[in-house]
Design a protein. Structure first.
Length: 92
């Protein structure tokens, strides 16, 4: 159980760092939502986490209220409008 706790702590640390980097990127308007997802995955992979725990949800504006937004039928692909609310739900 001790080893499992160490793994969970490491993944938590990786996810936290990847979220901070994604938020730095996500604050710029005019980009596509999937840039935050790509940044998160890139930062996680740099630290050895090659898969996400679940599909990344990176909605903006009205799309931030769509449950399970970000799957193949509703990709994180829309342009982020200036001043819009962002939802970044991702985990390594």
């Amino acid at each position: 159980c001790e080893e499992e706790l160490k793994v969970m702590q490491y993944v938590n640390d990786v996810s936290s760092h990847a979220h901070i980097e994604s938020m730095r990127v996500a604050r710029r308007a005019g980009q596509r939502e999937h840039l935050a997802e790509a940044t998160f995955k890139y930062q996680a992979m740099l630290r050895g986490c090659f898969r996400t725990g679940y599909s990344c949800i990176c909605g903006s504006g009205r799309r931030s209220a769509i449950l399970h937004y970000g799957h193949p039928a509703e990709p994180n692909s829309e342009v982020v409008a200036s001043g819009s609310m962002r939802l970044l739900d991702m985990g390594a």
